[in-house]
Design a protein around this ligand. Structure first.
Ligand code: 5AD
Ligand code: SF4
Length: 433
């Protein structure tokens, strides 16, 4: 009987891809098969996120639960960003954990598995050319890493300390992966990196000149690739060439994530984001002008140290001017190893919670008006999921999620859908062609 692997993935899309890589290696090297029941697993992996404090706290209670329910002799491994950050501390606090594998050491999974209490968290380990075996959670969509690490120094963010310096993956390897995915039926390619539009600044070995715009052109030339998405771009590197390619290239989905973080130029400076409120507004306006049906999403942190009422009003002003289709908003969470952890001028947590609820309530009003406009519209949907309620689900090019009554035969196909029902979370529609 094959060995069973249970894996829990927290955090961002990078972690989703890292999990796929670990699943592929464990399958190829050790014959592991996935299970969604931790009790029958021979190996339990938790792929962690350290970007905010709460999930890190929860990790240890969760590990305790896994330790109680696991079957005799089963192993527990902790991977990802909290593994990089806490290292052997994890084994000290949870001695039953068998190994700790950092976010930049994914390729060593087959090795640490056989070294009890191994801790592999080297931050300058270079995996940028490692040929991982293939595994994809969805046959219709392929996540492809285009870089590892992050060169930015945002003062709130722990990621450069968990994933190390940025190294781009050679374009030829990315294109080869896109080709393989497309040949096996994935029409959508999702390019991943901490800072995708900084692509090409540094490779392990000389690769000539290739930037993100050029990479987008090369991936879109691959036969069978019909849709390209990417995350996350940095507003600072959104030059005209990039926005123009985004507008012009029909294979690039018209959905852009533009992480604002704050609308106040003073706070952006304290965050070391490298752009001002005006630059951000200018880029968003250019996008809206060149791509009329673009959907723009963003990340926002409220109550960063020193954020005054006026600074917060600037963030609200950007929300009002840009009218984001979607926001991910967080209260600032001080993180170890970051510059801002030492900032003295913390905002009262109650003020922070109040600002977060004001921001979210305002965004809800924007969302409601978008949703009202959607009713009756026609969109092209790529169907990716069969739901247990007898519907098939997918997304439009500009990221509207839609459910339609239908069966398996539509999976992996693109169809024109008329939207017949809207809510804050999901839309329902009918296939018309
Ligand atoms: N506190 C709160 N939110 C944070 N993020 C990153 N670091 C922190 C922090 N210390 C948010 C940012 C980032 C998203 C992935 O998480 O908005 O874009
Ligand atoms: Fe992803 Fe950042 Fe969380 Fe690491 S800390 S998993 S890079 S969101």
């Amino acid at each position: 009987m094959s060995k069973k692997l249970f894996i829990e993935t927290l955090g961002c899309a990078m972690n989703v891809r890292d999990s796929e890589h670990m699943i592929a290696e464990l399958n190829a090297q050790e014959g592991y098969e996935l299970t969604d029941n931790a009790q029958e697993a021979d190996l339990i992996l938790v792929n962690t996120c350290s970007v905010r404090e709460k999930p890190v706290h929860k990790l240890f209670s969760e590990l305790g639960v896994f330790n109680k329910l696991k079957k005799e002799g089963a192993k527990i491994g902790v991977c990802g960003c909290t593994a990089s950050h806490l290292g052997k501390e994890i084994i000290k606090r949870a001695p039953y954990v068998n190994f700790v594998l950092g976010a930049r050491n994914v390729s060593k999974i087959g090795d640490v598995l056989h070294r009890d209490k191994a801790v592999e968290i080297e931050i300058d380990y270079d995996e940028s050319q490692f040929a991982f075996k293939d595994f994809r959670t969805s046959p219709y969509k392929a996540y492809i890493n285009i870089s590892i690490g992050c060169d930015k120094q945002c003062t709130f963010c722990i990621v450069p300390k968990t994933r190390g310096d940025e190294i781009s993956i050679p374009a030829d390897l990315i294109v080869a992966e896109a080709r393989k995915a497309a040949m096996s039926g994935a029409k959508e390619i999702f390019l991943l990196g901490q800072n995708v539009n900084n692509y090409g600044r540094r490779f392990s070995e000389d690769q000539g000149k290739v930037n993100f715009t050029e990479l987008l052109r090369r991936v879109s030339a691959v036969e069978g690739v019909e849709r390209i998405r990417f995350t996350s771009p940095h507003p600072l590197h959104m030059d005209d060439e990039f926005i123009e390619e985004f507008a012009r290239n029909p294979k690039i989905c018209k959905s852009m994530h533009m992480p604002l973080q704050s609308g106040s130029s003073a706070i952006l400076k304290a965050m070391k984001r490298g752009y001002t409120k005006e630059w951000f507004l200018n880029r968003a306006a250019k996008l809206r002008e060149m791509v009329p049906d673009v959907s723009i999403s963003t990340d926002i942190i409220v109550a960063f140290p020193g954020e005054s009422d006026e600074d917060f009003a600037d963030t609200m002003d950007v929300l009002r001017q840009v009218r984001f289709e979607q926001i991910f908003s967080f209260k600032y969470s001080p993180r170890p190893l970051t510059e801002a952890e030492g900032f003295a001028n913390a905002v009262d947590p109650e003020i922070g919670s109040h600002r977060l609820s004001v921001l979210q309530a305002y965004q809800d009003t924007i969302l409601d008006s978008f949703k009202a406009e959607l009713l009756g519209k026609e969109v092209e949907v790529y169907f990716e999921e069969l739901r247990s309620d007898g519907t098939i689900a997918g997304r439009s090019d500009n990221n509207v999620s839609v459910k339609v009554k239908g069966s398996e035969e539509w999976l992996g196909k693109i169809a024109r859908v008329k939207i017949t029902e809207v809510s804050r979370l999901v839309q329902y529609g009918e296939i018309i062609a």
